[in-house]
Every structure is written in C-alpha cells, then in structure tokens.
Ligand binder design. Structure first.
Ligand code: SAH
Length: 468
C-alpha cells in the first residue's frame, strides 16, 4: 500500500518539517500489523514528494489473533487484499507515523502548519465501495480535484469486468493536517471495512479528526454510518454531537455570562475563597506538576506560578479567546525565561482523550463540569480519570441548593447561562463517588464559602485521591 504526498510550493522540502521526517533518510516504523516506511522519491525546491509505504503482514495478523482467541486461520484470513489497498491500516499508520502533522503540531514551524499549500495525494489502490461517484461525493465538497483510474479485475480476463479498486489522486490548496485528516477518516469510509472493533472510542476519533469539516459535509450522515460501521447507536451519537456544536460564538457568550456570574457571587468574593481552597488542597497533596483544566483567564494559574512549590503548571481550555486573555493577564511574553519554563497554556477539550494530559501529579477542574453537556460527562470521566489519571483531582462546582440565597438570581435559574446543570450536594456526591469507585479513586467533599445551616455552602469541592 502506497500513499504519496507532493508539495509544489517552494521551498517544497518544507514538507519534511511538516511531516517531521527528514527528506534525506529512509525511516522504518514497526506497527502492530506490519511495518511502515517513509521516504522521499523526490526532494527538490520546486517539488517534494513524501511516500508512506505500508507493509501489512497478513500472516502475522492471523497468528496474533489466534494467539489471543484460539481461532483458526481460514484461507481468506491469509489471502486477502489488505496488504495492498488503502484501508483503516493506512489511517492507523498516518496517526502513528505522521501523528504530529495530523494533529497540526510543530514546535519550530507553527506558521507552516497553518499555511494552505498546493498538495497532491496519491493513493495507489483504494477500494471504493460505492464507486467513483461516491468517491467524488466524499472529496469534492472538501475542495479536491479528484482523479480516479478504475482497475479491471484481471487484465487477462476483461470479461470478468471492473474491480472495486481505483488509483486516486487528490489535488487541492489545503493545509497538510486537513488533507491528512480527510484521508484518515474517508479512506476507511470508502473501504467500508475496519480491521479493529468499532467502539465508543471511534466516535471520539471521528469527531476529533472530522473537526472543522465533517459537520458541514453533505455526506456527513453516510460518513458517520460507514466510519462507525453501521453501529447505529454510535453513528446517531456522533451525528447529534456534530449538530449540537452549532453555537457559532461560544467564546463570546462565555465572556458575557462569566461577568454575570461574577456579579451574582461578588458579595462573598466567592471566587477568592474557592481558589484558596483549591490551592490548599493541592498543597496538601504534595503535587509539584499541576494541570488546570478549563483554566479560563488563569486566576488559579497565577497563584500557582507565584508559589515555587509548583514546578510545572499547565492550563488548558477549550476557548482560544480566554487563553489569549490568560496569556495577557499572566504577562507570559514578559516573563523571565526561568519562570516561563514553568508554565504552558494549551488549547483542548476535556471531552477528548489527550496525551498531553498524562503524567501529572494533580489536576484541578474549577467551575467547569457544569459547562459540559450531561451526554458528554461519560467522555470527560474517561479523559480525566482513566487516561490523564493524575494522583489527585480537585474539582469544584456550584451547590444548586444555595441558589435560593442569591438575591439577584431569579428562582429556578442557574448562576451562569452556559451552565448545563447545577447539582445539589447529593447529586454531586453521588456522581463523584460513582466515578471514584469505577476508576480507583477515593473521594472526599468540602464546602467552600460560608455554610448555611439549611442549604449548605455556595460552592462544593470534591478531592479525589488515586488508590494505586
Ligand atoms: N477555572 C476557571 C474558569 C471557569 S469557567 C475559573 O475558575 O475561573 C469554565 C471554563 O471552562 C471556561 O473557560 C470554558 O471555556 C471552559 N470549558 C468549557 N467546556 C470545556 C471543555 N469541554 N474543555 C475544556 N474547557 C472547557
């Protein structure tokens, strides 16, 4: 299986930086299903081509499978088209071998990542279930000029007719990461087969790699159905989440509503009490490397930076806009080099598994969970407790019972218009204890702000400690 990508914008060899692969070398990577080789058949200033050659080992695959489940290998397990065609193996190879390019990451060439280039991708053999018209319906709406050469089943026996295989060339002025994400999602859709079990995680992959284009795609539903291999409930979930995200300016809404929330809570300067309580819990845990998830404008980050105990501080938020504000308020650009090394701001969503979140001593999630759709809480739980898995998690959320004490808050209203829910103490504790139990943590609860005998404190805090 061969994929080539050609850049014709001088200096075309920038492709090497984008792919994080040196044009002057051949590199080989061991994957679970075989090997991937990356090399450059041409690397000139005007034209540079990178090739990804997959060497899928069908015998090894069957052996591995047999080792696991005791199944015998049938002939079609040994003799099939998988080694030769573009399939979900290609997607896995792209994510493993070109992962940084696919994720749009580049330390030294950030501007290049965001530059649209005249690119051409050529897939040597693609099985197109649904034919050339389906192939065009998938790629043309994304701006590609599509060239497809159909292959007969066997040249010696033309009467056997056409095969399902095409050589496909895609040309467009696009960012490399977009082109890779299109191929990543759409090749398995064309092939309509997956070599691995399709589970919940695939919904996240589809949404992550479909970000920015899948929602508007005319074949969106068909893509979701096929990608998720006709598991209807998964496809429905993916489609509803794509449709859900239609709010055009969430950042602006967030800003306006945040100031309303502050006004409601101002009397108590609840904000300060909350941050101090979180800080105290962090210190008690002995954490040195801390993640602040949903960091907003960075109020907690500022306190963490001021305390030398914390050696590494990372703030993450889904909103680019609040991250810009945080960057300014923390004066990141004027910081000493030593101080600057201690802090990073990253953009990301708490409902997507993210490798950057792994390996921290503690994570804080201050006034954030109530902004998540209840339908996405399960994803959030796994992202934080299963994948990021810090030793300590400190979480705060409003105590809904207390709302009756806010004079300016009409009855039955949430404190912030973007809150999707506000929990009573019992609701939060039931949820937190359930999560703790499922993921191997112990949870304890503390009130924040002046406690009212009847309705409790305005804010509730949960501190989770990992068992192992
Ligand atoms: N922790 C901060 C901000 C709380 S406001 C503080 O206490 O001041 C909630 C923040 O969560 C907002 O900045 C919002 O952009 C962020 N947020 C909402 N949904 C998110 C998601 N899915 N992933 C990451 N951040 C999210």
């Amino acid at each position: 299986m061969l994929l080539t990508i050609t850049n014709t914008q001088p200096p075309a060899t920038d492709l090497g930086y984008l792919l994080h692969k040196n044009p002057s070398r051949v590199q080989t990577f061991d994957l679970t299903f075989g090997q991937a080789h990356v090399f450059y058949p041409e690397a000139q200033v005007e034209r540079c081509t990178a090739a990804l050659l997959l060497d899928v080992d069908p015998v090894g695959l069957v052996r591995k499978r047999r080792g696991l489940s005791g199944e015998g290998g049938t002939l079609d397990q040994y003799v099939n088209d998988r080694p030769y065609v573009a399939s979900s193996f290609l997607s896995v190879a792209i994510s493993q071998v070109f992962g940084s390019a696919l994720g749009g990451r580049s330390k030294d060439h950030a501007e290049l990542v965001d530059t649209a280039l005249p690119l051409e991708a050529r897939l040597a053999v693609v099985p197109c279930r649904g034919g050339e018209s389906f192939l065009r319906r998938l790629f043309e709406p994304l701006g590609y000029e599509v060239e497809a050469v159909h292959h007969t089943l066997d040249e010696k026996f033309p009467e056997w007719g056409e095969s399902a295989y095409y050589t496909v060339t895609l040309r467009a002025h696009v960012r490399l990461r977009e082109m890779l994400s299109h191929i990543y999602v759409l090749v398995p859709v064309l092939d309509n087969e997956k070599h691995y079990w399709v589970g919940e995680e695939e919904v996240e992959k589809l949404l992550r790699h479909g970000e920015g284009w899948l929602k508007m795609h005319p074949e969106r539903d068909e893509i979701a159905h096929r990608y998720l291999k006709f598991r209807r409930s998964l496809a429905r979930e993916a489609i509803s989440r794509l449709v859900d995200e239609d709010n055009p300016e969430p950042d602006i809404a967030e800003e306006v509503h945040a100031s309303e929330e502050e006004a409601v809570e101002r009397l108590l300067s609840l904000n300060e009490q909350r941050i101090n309580a979180v800080l105290a819990a962090l210190k008690a845990s002995g954490a040195k490397r801390v993640l602040d998830l949903g960091c907003g404008e960075g109020k907690l980050l500022r306190l963490l930076l001021a305390d030398k105990i914390f050696e590494e501080v990372v703030g993450m938020d889904v909103s680019h806009r609040v991250l810009e504000v945080a960057q300014e308020r923390l004066h990141l650009d004027r910081m000493s080099a030593r101080q600057r090394e201690r802090i990073r701001l990253i953009q990301g969503s708490l409902t997507y598994r993210d490798r950057r979140l792994a390996g921290f001593d503690a994570a804080t999630v201050v006034e954030v969970i109530e902004h998540l759709d209840t339908a996405r809480l399960a994803a959030f739980e796994r992202v934080l407790f299963e994948f990021a898995r810090p030793d300590t998690i400190v979480m705060t959320t409003p105590n809904a019972e207390y709302n009756v004490r806010f004079e300016t808050l009409p009855a039955g209203k949430f404190r912030h218009k973007d809150h999707r829910f506000e929990w009573t103490r019992r609701e939060f504790e039931a949820w937190a204890n359930g999560v703790a139990e499922r993921f191997g943590y112990a949870a304890r609860f503390l009130p924040i702000g002046a406690e009212d005998a009847e309705v409790g404190a305005p804010t509730q805090m949960g501190v989770f400690t990992r068992h192992d």
